[in-house]
Write a new protein. Structure first.
Lengths: 319, 333, 416
């Protein structure tokens, strides 16, 4: 056979075979992100969150009135059950002190977001450290490590056994009524969730073949934990963090609702607004509806994104 | 007429926005009463999908099944779902690869067997239990009355597969489809199970469609062998003919690449290069061409057809088949 | 002296119960006294069925599991006694190739990172540049393109992944590579590629392999010496060809006769020794010879006395009291080999009452050709229990009872 036809043959084959996708060197994270971009759920969630963040940033600047000024005081008489609903001047109407509800809603977004993020971050960081330590001891620490892990996890179990709201209430009660107390209380409640999740995930990874392979390569244990076990255990924790943001906002609202939140009336927050509104629910239900809908939609946004991420990061759906 | 006639079966996954992939691409074969027919191939060749399509066990969403499959005179793909369900288990039964996950873990084996008897054969209570015990005994499970009360996890792998076979033959089906029935088992247990299947075919006249990747299993069991590659039958012949004269370069190469227990040591293997991913669309030519040593320009002019270049009844889908008998290995005396 | 010597290696896993302070309620005797020698530049094949302890033995050599007893001597150093950090550094000389090519590669590391990690840990190569050069040359050796460096494991096919696994072992320039089922997860057409690659690398680099596999045909193809394991111990060891030509242990005979050969001519001619029942639980191994519950030639002595691995000439070692008698035909089978009987499975064994008595199917007439009546079997079994109860009080119950002898009379000794 001549050389020319041989090259022809190979070329023709290459042309036909080239129609299929070729590998590009994309890491799993990048692939997950690519899948995320094609998910409707993720896009809706991301849009809601983006709007919320934008609102939190620009809210105070676009608010038509001051959120604290009792400008229309003379028009609202809570004692007699007389309120002012939505009107051209005040889009959401007035609250019981004659303040513009729309302005309070816009300004309150920032505080709400802050509570969610800070509380979740507290839970995530502390939970990550505790869970990571327990997981590291359990997977590579031998018998002694297993015992240490056992002790840590029993402690976490005790935390988990306490009703979360009760735990938050007691923390808030000890620290006094402040926004910080609410954030810490909500954050602490999340610690066992993150700790258990990370540890469980690490245990599952710890028995995998590549961890065994890393050991047989002669890598140091610390290195195996940091470069092999933890990176592969992150997915569920990240998903949980998004979902936790939603619950954190709701829990912070619940604490505010119970009157444990920020006592400073100068800073509006959706949870606080909801608390204040409940007293007048019979006569002015809309006062409660605005912050409630705000909280629900935000929580929905984070939940949608979290669920979409769970799907995108699922290794079973790879490829 | 054959018991089962499969004609140009196609199974396509995907569609609706996602890229379509054709898992089975025009597979035709026949199974006669009392015959053992093998579907052989590697992962992704479409052998398991074929069996699921015949049993009607593929998901309804995102899967398109084409072609015809006639079982005992009725078309499987046009019959009503309820008639299909009735047929399944009664006239056609399947044995799966993983016996543990095919059995319900929280229900005793006995209940799972009697359930089938009650549903398909109308047996009740004591009669069903008696028949179940008889079935377990039939497939070589000792002390069947005691075993009936046990849960799947209490049985060993071999026993579980026997229990599954008992369930499959509960209604004396006319055809059994076995999808890699011994792949999850050890060789000594595999030998026991293969012996049992052989016995069932010999004594009951059941037809058996054997799906496997193991050419050794095929050599000992199947009457007729269909070798699948990338969703198409590339070679089909009687067992002796196929192993004596593998004619498609894929089948030929496969036989040359397997280490044999009885081949002299030091004889090096002749592997097939590349992997199943190195393929071209059948519409463009032979899917095996990128891995084939005998690849010619002629291989790329459309789908090669099944021909009989060597002997009648020995079908080969290749434009450049292996006809010189340079067999990879000779049977030692 | 041999490069790698295992002497009386035992690995027993404790079975623990309890929450905070687990108490040991028993042991799984995964590896129970294995001695073998692997010569430099050769391939030692370890074959056996699932649960025989071959994988545990492979891992114990690398001390990935704790060695309960015995020594593993590599080039004069006893690994079983090395302290942690020294053992870690020693692992460079002993590398492993795993069964599941995808599972054994970290999915979040690219190939360069996977291959350089071990080199970093052992201080091979001055900088990443030097390491990359070395990795490229190894990739070339195992037949992967150098553009593989920036890609991730999931982007490769099964065969290519196994090549990556082999490259990962090779970059550390080990003395011994332990291959645990190196091809069983691969497609048939790809298995040969990997087998050939292992052989070529051995020739080129003078590697020593310990190959662990369940596929006797694969093991026979690549090994110089083969050890057959059953329930935690070696039952036979011989040069590859000798083992195939003259298997001496009844288990080896049965195993060989069960391996399917892709050739109808051979398949139709050969006779099978079908073993009765399944592997007993390693948590509760049978007394005496571990194989006596399934052995077609079982004798009284087998259930009480554990046979040592003894040399029968020509580097052939076998752990059977009656290997010579079986060979010469002086010993007749005590158990029909194509009966379908069963032993207790793991879940059930633990439920057996203490001090249960052993029942051997040998008490059934070996020449019976009819299916025994269940009642008769029960009677035989119970009388057997009485007859034996004084002798082996602590033995495990093995009710290999309902025999179902096939009338076809397949009682020939072995494959020919």
């Amino acid at each position: 056979m001549s050389v020319a036809t041989k090259t022809d043959k190979i070329q023709r084959l290459a042309e036909l075979a080239a129609t299929k996708e070729t590998a590009t060197g994309a890491s799993l994270w990048r692939e997950a992100f690519r899948r995320l971009k094609h998910s409707k759920m993720a896009i809706i969630g991301a849009v809601i969150i983006a709007l919320f963040i934008v609102l939190a940033i620009v809210g105070p600047y676009i608010a038509p009135y001051s959120p604290t000024a009792q400008t229309w005081r003379g028009e609202v008489f809570p004692n007699r059950g007389e309120f002012v609903g939505a009107r051209g001047e005040n889009w959401f109407g007035l609250d019981h002190l004659g303040r513009d509800l729309f302005s309070r809603f816009l300004v309150g977004a920032r505080q709400t977001l802050l509570v969610g993020i800070v509380a979740t971050t507290i839970g995530l960081i502390i939970g990550f450290v505790i869970g990571g330590l327990a997981g590291a001891f359990a997977t590579l620490g031998g018998d002694t490590g297993k015992r240490i892990d056992s002790v840590i996890m029993r402690f976490i179990d005790i935390m988990l056994a306490m009703p979360s709201l009760l735990l938050a209430v007691s923390i808030a009660a000890v620290m006094g009524q402040s926004l910080t107390a609410v954030m810490i209380a909500v954050g602490v409640v999340q610690i066992p969730v993150f700790a258990r999740l990370l540890r469980g995930s690490m245990l599952a990874q710890g028995t995998s073949d590549y961890v065994l392979a890393a050991q047989s390569l002669g890598l140091r244990k610390r290195r195996i934990v940091l470069s092999q076990v933890i990176p592969n255990s992150l997915s569920p924790v990240i998903v949980q963090a998004t979902l936790s943001l939603a619950t954190a906002i709701i829990e912070a609202a619940a604490l505010s609702y119970l009157g444990l939140g920020n006592p400073d009336p100068a800073i509006p927050e959706w949870g606080v607004m909801l608390t204040q509104a409940q007293r007048f629910f019979d006569n002015a239900p809309m006062m409660a509806v605005y912050p409630a809908v705000g909280i629900i939609i935000t929580a929905l946004g984070f939940t949608l994104l979290g669920e979409a991420m769970r799907e995108a990061l699922d290794p079973k759906l790879r490829g | 007429m054959s018991l089962l006639t499969v004609d140009e079966l196609t199974v396509t996954f995907g569609g609706r926005g996602r890229k379509e992939s054709r898992a089975v691409d025009g597979v035709s074969f026949e199974v006669d009463q009392g015959q053992v027919v093998g579907l052989v191939g590697e992962s992704g060749c479409g052998k398991s999908v074929t069996s699921l399509a015949l049993m009607g066990l593929l998901p309804h969403k995102g899967v398109t099944v084409g072609g015809r499959a006639e079982f005992d005179g009725t078309d499987l793909f046009t019959m009503s779902p309820s008639a299909r369900r009735d047929l399944r288990g009664r006239k056609m039964a399947m044995i799966f690869q993983d016996p543990l996950s095919s059995l319900n873990p929280v229900v005793p084996v006995g209940v799972q067997v009697t359930e089938i008897l009650e549903r398909h054969r109308g047996l009740k209570g004591g009669a069903a239990r008696k028949e179940a015990a008889h079935l377990l005994d039939r497939v070589g499970i000792p002390d069947p009355t005691r075993r009936l009360k046990e849960y799947p996890h209490q049985l060993s792998g071999g026993m579980r597969q026997r229990a599954l076979i008992a369930m499959a033959v509960a209604c004396a089906p006319r055809m059994l489809i076995a999808d890699e029935p011994t792949t999850a088992l050890d060789v000594t247990i595999q030998a026991q199970i293969l012996e049992l299947l052989k016995e069932l075919v010999d004594q009951e006249g059941t037809a058996l469609l054997m799906i496997t990747h193991d050419l050794g299993v095929v050599a000992g069991l199947c009457d007729q062998v269909n070798v699948l590659y990338a969703g198409k039958v590339v070679e089909s012949a009687g067992r002796r003919e196929l192993f004596a004269h593998p004619t498609h370069p894929y089948a030929h190469g496969l036989l040359g690449s397997i280490p044999r227990l009885d081949s002299p040591r030091g004889e090096s293997l002749k592997p097939i290069r590349g992997s199943i991913n190195d393929r071209i669309a059948w519409a463009d030519g032979c899917a095996f061409a990128p891995r084939c040593d005998r690849y010619e320009m002629g291989c790329l002019t459309g789908t090669p057809q099944l021909t009989e270049p060597r002997a009648a009844g020995h079908q080969v889908r290749c434009v450049n088949p292996v006809l010189d008998d340079a067999k990879a290995e000779e049977v030692p005396a | 002296m041999s490069l790698l010597e295992l002497d009386g290696v035992k690995v027993h896993f404790p079975i623990k119960k309890g929450v905070l302070f687990g108490r040991t309620v028993g042991h799984v005797y995964a590896v129970d006294g294995v001695s073998l020698k692997v010569e430099a530049g050769e391939t030692y094949g370890l074959v056996g069925e699932s649960g025989c302890g071959k994988t545990t033995l492979g891992r114990s050599v690398l001390r990935l599991v704790d060695i309960t007893e015995g020594s593993v001597v590599l080039d004069g150093t006893d690994l079983a006694k090395l302290p942690g950090e020294e053992m870690r550094r020693f692992r460079r000389r002993l590398q492993m190739v795993f069964q599941d090519p995808l599972g054994s590669l970290n999915p979040r590391q690219n190939i360069e990172s996977i291959l350089s990690e071990g080199m970093v840990a052992h201080g091979i190569g001055k900088d990443q540049e030097e390491r990359r050069e070395k990795i490229k040359s190894i990739l070339d050796k195992v037949g992967l393109p150098s553009n593989a460096l920036s890609r991730y494991p999931h982007e490769f096919s099964g065969g290519q992944r196994q090549r990556i696994g082999i490259a990962r072992a090779l970059v550390l320039e080990p003395d011994v590579i332990i291959c645990d089922e190196p091809v069983s997860a691969l497609d048939v057409s790809v298995q040969a590629q990997v087998i050939n690659l292992l052989e070529e690398l051995q020739e080129e680099l003078g590697l020593t392999y310990l190959v662990i596999a369940h596929d006797l045909a694969v093991v026979r193809h690549i090994s110089d010496t083969i050890g057959v394991m059953y329930l935690g111990s070696l039952v036979e060891e011989a040069p590859s060809d000798a083992l195939y030509a003259e298997p001496k242990h009844p288990y080896t005979k049965a195993l060989m006769s069960a391996v399917p050969v892709p050739d109808p001519e051979v398949e139709d001619r050969r006779e099978r020794i079908l073993l009765t029942g399944d592997l007993p639980s390693p948590a509760n191994p049978p007394s005496g010879c571990r194989f006596h519950t399934r052995c077609p030639w079982v004798q009284e002595r087998c259930s009480t006395e554990r046979p040592e691995l003894r040399d029968v000439g020509g580097g052939h070692r076998v752990a059977c009291h009656y290997a010579d008698e079986i060979e010469s035909g002086a010993l007749k089978r005590t158990r029909p080999t194509d009966i379908e009987a069963v032993t207790e499975t793991e879940g059930v064994v633990t439920e057996q009452p203490e001090g249960a008595t052993e029942v051997s199917v040998a008490l059934l007439p070996a020449d019976s050709t009819t299916k025994p009546d269940p009642e008769v079997v029960k009677e035989r079994v119970s009388s057997a229990v009485e007859a034996r109860s004084d002798q082996t009080a602590d033995a495990v119950v093995k009710d290999a009872d309902a025999a179902n002898p096939n009338a076809s009379g397949k009682t020939s000794d072995e494959t020919d």
